[in-house]
Ligand binder design. Structure first.
Ligand code: ZN
Ligand code: ZN
Ligand code: FE
Length: 757
């Protein structure tokens, strides 16, 4: 007989881990106990050597689907505990500071089977769940994750549910949101006036959707707006009422088989689609897909996701059509979560409301993800992911709160080696969005007992988060935007020490009075040197260039032609620009009024899109680049560029590139080929600059970050090119490469600087 003490760390609470251990222990004749504690699960196990070995193996390899085993520490116990059997012992209440709660988990296979089983007592019950699935972060007010601390507190379990909850051999043992039609939450359908049409709410809502109506559905992390994804009129109405004119909508299908009819899906994408997190997955649409072309808004990729709550399963199956399922908000507002809030704010958008009485306590948008180079590549991290912490290699001394950037904001608290990156908050441009930030921050501080000691922020003086920083009354550390991008990718990939960091995005505050965004940094966690950057062009009208792309094209032309009058004349041969606008551009370029210089890579994509006639007015940042990517079609040729190493930092001169674009345009070359040659040139520029930097520094690890790396075509070529140049490229895997990942980098940089100071 031997005795072991086994500590298991990771997502091991609220996911059926103890009953699992209990079952395995009985199987191998192990005696002892299992209990929750403040850091995970602790097991005392006594048994024969061989049986103990098998038991330990099962713990490591057969954990329940929702569990994530991060660490298993095994200690030999001098005196094996003498239990007569194996038991589930009460939790030890030693503070609970480090208990990690699982994110929300999609309805599991067993629950779906019961949901559609006419003989089951939960047949068609929209709130069925078990220890392996169901809501978590969206219903929790306090830790530990016990029913009285959730929005299930107001529902008292009926005797049948209570029996399941108390029985260790039942798959609903300690399932906190356990409920049934007799005792749990219920759905109802309401029209705009709050009146309830007769009949079963879900059946009725499905029928209304088939008729082309827009229905607001109370989901897991907030309301969603649903309509028939195959109906042009329904989608157009939704766009008009939501004031969302071009950003793509996500589509929910009932099953993976249904999704296959719409999009190309490989094995990894299928796993991501049908996994427990259920993000919206960006996929290539199939030719002849019945989805209305208005849904994707002209982009090559379609966002598809599968039902993740029983209510979604019932609704989408009953509707029998793919449904647009998009955040329940008007543009630039946070997603609505409360019934009355939805009726008020979505009253002009939705025709009907599918409501229920289980409160959503924290707002979570749907997450967006994709597969890139064989693995997950997150785009927006929210429901199902956040704020479950990421483990980082370098521990923080004092706890850091990083406030994140202005757009696609997330914030991040770093305590020890755990980085709690918040859910996607949105753009911090309205009072409502700032309130969403504050709500999410106070929820996170409460749930994880976080007490920040240092605050990190972007250097941009006008960002809402920068202005917020001093209000905490703590030491503040400013972190340059692109340094944060690079270190974010390092932390994401467990890298420490010096790397070559490529940070290509739309915009970021430079320390030299220019707008950065095409940066090559030689960096580590504490600092960076700007190794190289893209050639700088003027941005006439500054931020106006982000929306009026011909303005950026004018800036580029003024880099090619010394005389601004010449530059504009040449531009007007290609793009129609009215006299007043031309006058204003000329004035700005000549006098350099409100015309900063920029090395932004994103703006270069904009300029090419404008010159090639792909898009002149962008309704959101990155729209033109996405469209340019979607049409690219070429023969492997690329444009020329020049790496100027005569002074530091080096400059990647793109003027030869744009001169060739003009030659192609004059020769009547089509936009698809221009786009392909441009993508290839930009990718090659990254590869060759990194090679030169590697030679100069002896470094071979290259981290790739910034929103431009959302471009699959460009990013793919960069990764392949670096690999064939015998460098080691690293892309993001756990947080987005876009500004949604910046807070993680800010936190790690601030912690490193804090340790040094
Ligand atoms: Zn389940
Ligand atoms: Zn019940
Ligand atoms: Fe950025």
């Amino acid at each position: 007989m031997r005795g072991l003490k086994i500590e298991v760390r990771g997502i091991v609470q609220g996911v059926g881990f103890r009953p699992f251990v209990y079952r395995v222990a009985r199987e191998y004749g192990i005696t002892g106990s299992v209990s929750n504690d403040s850091r995970g699960v602790t097991i005392h196990a006594s048994g024969e050597g061989e049986q103990l070995y098998l038991f330990l193996n099962a713990i490591k390899n057969e954990a329940p689907p929702a569990a994530v085993v991060e660490e298993v520490n095994v200690f030999t116990e001098g005196r094996p505990s003498r239990y007569p059997s194996f038991e589930i012992a009460p939790s030890s209440a030693d503070g609970g500071r480090e208990v990690l709660v699982s994110p929300d988990i999609a309805t599991c296979r067993e629950c779906i089977a019961e949901l559609f089983d006419p003989g089951d007592r939960r047949y068609l019950y929209p709130f069925i769940n078990c220890t392996n699935c169901g809501p978590r972060f969206t219903i929790i007010a306090e830790t530990p994750y016990d029913r009285p601390n959730t929005s299930m507190a107001k529902f008292t379990m009926c005797p049948d549910c209570a029996r399941e909850y108390d029985d260790p051999s039942d798959r609903r043992f300690h399932a906190q949101p356990n409920a049934c039609p007799a005792c749990g939450p219920a759905v109802r359908l309401a029209d705009r006036a709050g009146n309830t049409p007769g009949g079963d709410p879900v059946t009725r809502a499905a029928a209304l959707l088939r008729e082309g109506k827009i229905v607001a559905v109370k989901g897991l992390g907030g309301f969603q707006l649903a309509c028939d994804a195959t109906g042009d009129d329904a989608v157009a109405a939704l766009r008009e009422r939501k004031q969302r004119y071009s950003r793509p909508f996500a589509v929910m299908t009932a099953t993976l088989e249904d999704a296959w009819r719409l999009c190309e899906i490989d094995e990894r994408e299928a796993d991501l689609l049908s996994g427990a997190r259920r993000p919206i997955v960006l996929l290539r649409e199939k030719e002849g897909s019945p989805i209305s072309p208005q849904v994707a808004g002209g982009l090559a990729h379609q966002g598809i996701f599968l039902p993740y709550t029983p209510l979604h399963h019932l609704l989408v199956r009953e509707a029998g059509i793919p449904l647009v399922m998009t955040s329940g908000n008007v543009s630039n507002e946070p997603i609505a979560i409360a019934n009355d809030e939805a009726l008020e704010r979505l009253g002009d958008i939705a025709d009907y409301f599918l409501l229920h009485d289980r409160d959503i306590l924290v707002r979570y948008d749907d997450s967006v993800s994709r597969i890139f180079k064989g693995a997950e590549y997150p785009v927006r991290r929210a429901r199902g992911y956040a704020p479950y912490p990421l483990r980082v290699r370098r521990r923080a001394g004092r706890t850091v709160l990083a406030l994140g950037p202005e757009l696609k904001n997330t914030f991040c608290a770093l305590r020890g080696d755990l980085a709690f990156v918040s859910q996607h908050i949105g753009d911090m441009e309205t009072a409502d969005e700032v309130r969403h930030f504050e709500e999410a921050l106070s929820a996170m501080r409460r749930l994880f007992s976080l007490s920040p000691e240092v605050v990190a922020h972007d250097l941009h003086p006008e960002y809402a988060t920068t202005q917020m920083a001093p209000e905490f009354g703590l030491p503040v550390i400013g972190v340059q935007h692109h340094h944060a991008h690079v270190v974010s990718c390092m932390a994401d990939r467990d890298l420490t020490g010096e790397v070559i960091g490529v940070a290509w995005d739309g915009t970021g505050y430079g320390q030299d009075g220019t707008v950065w965004g095409g940066e090559f940094l030689v960096a580590d966690e504490t600092g960076f040197r700007r190794g190289a950057h893209l050639y700088r062009y003027p941005m006439p009208g500054a931020d106006a260039c982000v929306h009026n792309l011909h303005r950026m094209a004018a800036g580029v032309m003024s880099g090619l032609f010394a005389d601004p009058t010449d530059a504009l004349e040449r531009l007007r041969e290609r793009i129609e620009i009215d006299d007043a606008e031309a006058e204003s551009l000329l004035f700005q370029l000549r006098e350099r009024v409100n015309t900063p210089m920029t090395s932004s890579a994103g703006r270069m994509f904009d300029a090419v899109a404008a010159l090639a006639g792909v898009r002149d007015v962008a309704l959101y940042d990155g729209q033109a680049a996405c469209e340019l990517e979607a049409i690219a079609d070429g023969s492997g040729e690329y444009y020329d560029f020049l790496l100027d190493t005569s002074a530091e930092p080096w400059v990647v001169d793109t003027r030869p590139l744009f001169r060739e674009v003009l030659v192609d345009l004059a020769a009547g070359t089509g936009a698809p080929e221009i786009s392909a040659k441009f993508h290839a040139a930009m990718a090659l520029a990254v590869v060759e600059t990194c090679e030169a930097l590697a030679e100069a520094t002896g470094l071979d690890r290259v981290v790739l970050s910034g929103g431009v790396f959302q471009n699959e075509l460009f990013g793919g070529w960069v990764v392949d090119g670096l690999a064939s140049a015998r460098l080691r490229p690293f892309v993001h895997r756990r947080v987005p490469c876009n500004d949604g990942g910046v807070s993680l980098g800010q936190a790690v940089v601030a912690a490193a600087k804090d340790r040094v100071s």
